[in-house]
Ligand binder design. Structure first.
Ligand SMILES: Nc1ncnc2c1ncn2[C@@H]1O[C@H](COP(=O)(O)OP(=O)(O)OP(=O)(O)O)[C@@H](O)[C@H]1O
Ligand SMILES: [Mg+2]
Length: 236
């Protein structure tokens, strides 16, 4: 049984069908990529899985428990955490304080503090523990977003464009972080526009276009899929 199972999920905003009968599965320990043009429904999919939207139809299972319709904090407590496309820093908080706050989702204060320190180290922010959150670089803010998701106790992490705005060397650092976290047992579902990142990191890729799943396969299969090339990748 997959860790996450999305079954024929439909989500509309008034007359706009942002997700139309989308299904996918994420196996424990794997990394599934979600790609597609702007407005394809990728963030809506993440928001629906993490409880920010209730689907109109369909079902979502995490660890075999049905989660669609549950509140975001309930789903987070079960071990499913997301990052946001636009980093959501806790204003006025240092990275350490931010991660303690996230860790309080699952732990008492002294254990949360210890976990926050571990996670700071994991995401490479130990030296910036006490800086003002607002003064972090984009790359550090993205690393902190990943750290927050981990600190909550999440085992399945939804990453929404964590590479956006990063330089190539910064993206390399983020890629090694994700690879390291995978080796430690975390499972990922990742939305990304940066193609070499997707091709390198993902076991499988799902392609959305106008709210529909138009393809699914290995990176090699997706790279030569005619429908996907026409809708998104282009001939390059
Ligand atoms: N809260 C909302 N209310 C109304 N319409 C929305 C809302 N959120 C998203 N939409 C619409 O749903 C569609 C899918 O949007 P979504 O943000 O999921 O796309 P995306 O694939 O994440 O795009 P991008 O690559 O630009 O981030 C778009 O047409 C968008 O305008
Ligand atoms: Mg988006």
């Amino acid at each position: 049984m997959a860790l996450l199972k999305v079954e024929s999920v439909t989500k509309n905003f008034g007359g706009l069908v942002a997700l139309n009968e989308v299904s996918l599965e994420v196996e424990q320990g794997s990394l599934l990529g979600v790609i597609g043009p702007n407005g394809a429904g990728k963030t809506t999919l993440f928001s629906t899985i993490s409880g920010f939207h209730k689907p109109l139809r369909g079902a979502i299972y995490f660890q075999e428990q049905r989660i669609d319709g549950l509140k975001p904090h309930k789903i987070c407590k079960m071990g499913l955490a997301r990052t946001f496309q636009i980093a959501q820093p806790f204003l006025g908080f240092t990275p350490l304080e931010t991660l303690i706050t996230a860790a309080l989702n699952a732990l008492s204060l002294d254990r949360a503090t210890k976990r926050a320190e571990e996670v700071l180290d994991m995401v490479g922010l130990a030296e910036k523990a006490h800086e003002e959150g607002g003064s972090l670089t984009t790359a550090d803010q993205k690393a902190l977003e990943v750290g927050k998701a981990i600190a909550t106790g999440g085992r399945l992490i939804l990453l929404d464009e964590v590479m956006a705005g990063l330089t190539v060397p910064e993206a390399q650092v983020m890629m090694s972080l994700i690879e390291r976290l995978r080796r430690e047992g975390f499972t990922f579902l990742m939305v990304e526009h940066v193609m070499y990142v997707i091709m390198k990191l993902c076991d499988r890729i799902v392609v959305l276009n106008f709210g529909e799943k138009i393809a699914e396969g290995t990176p090699e299969e997706i790279a030569k899929n005619k429908t996907v090339i026409d809708a998104y990748i282009g001939e390059e």
